[in-house]
Design a protein around this ligand. Sequence first.
Ligand code: C2E
Ligand code: CA
Ligand code: CA
Ligand code: CA
Length: 279
Amino acid sequence: AKQNGSAQYQFYDAKRDQTSMEQITLENDLEDSIQKNQMQLYYQPKMDIRTGEMTGVEALLRWNHPELGMVPPDRFIPLAEKSGFIVPLEQWVLRTALEQIKQWEADGYSVVPVAVNISQIHLMKPTIFQSITSTIKELDFDTRLLELEITESAMMYNEEHVIQILNDLKRAGISVSMDDFGTGYSSLSYLHSLPIQCLKIDRSFIKKLTTDADSRAIAEMIISMARQLNLTIVAEGVETEDQVGLLKELQCFNAQGYFYSKPMPANDMIHQFTPPPPV
Ligand code: C2E
Ligand code: CA
Ligand code: CA
Ligand code: CA
């Protein structure tokens, strides 16, 4: 038994070594990932629960690493935030997403708005507004087709600065969603002072929506509060028909999640659009 134990200890140790080696590999390789064409966007539909129509898509980063395969964003976004690479990376995301929407439009599909995620580090850059609007201008993009998703915790980091940026964005016609809502601790009065258009209820509440009374109560409260504040509300991580039913009852009519569709590469997205009329 003792031997077994030490063998196990060795196993864990080796595994930990491998993990930290992997970490170092990822950190080193990240900076060249765009140039080497390893970054890719997946798209996940946002749906209208009542009509089953797609109302938007969210662009989600994927890193196709040559040795490690598909690396999920939760593994490399924190590294990119630490090194500052997140800024050029999200500039790439924005440009790629806008170009993709324009391409779908040119191909005759009736397109929907695209949402891109903006990290707190990027949001704090004094140049962010300028950088977003210049990309939009350069691509001659319809601003109404762009949404930004910023997490609740990122919005609480430097409230004055955030309110100013959000006001600039609003004036430019760019709408903003508060992402992962319910996981931070923003106050009702702060929420009221923010020029945002949408709240996305965090997946953790939706996950337990039909099984846990507290989660349901919180979701219910968020939904009614959003209605008071005239905000659109989107439920994240919707996986079951029961959840859809309950959301409808609670009058939350926008949802995103595996129940409707997993995030998918651009090529698969075209099957989600109404096909262009025959020539
Ligand atoms: P997020 O912005 O909250 O995106 C939603 C995440 O939930 C996505 O994970 C999506 O695949 C996943 N998801 C959607 N529906 C379901 C569902 O029904 N069940 C479950 N279990 N999961 C679902 P993903 O693509 O792995 O992205 C994870 C996080 O990485 C994102 O969370 C976002 O915070 C971050 N991320 C991705 N791309 C970017 C980016 O360009 N910039 C920044 N700052 N963060 C990004
Ligand atoms: Ca998001
Ligand atoms: Ca989210
Ligand atoms: Ca999240």
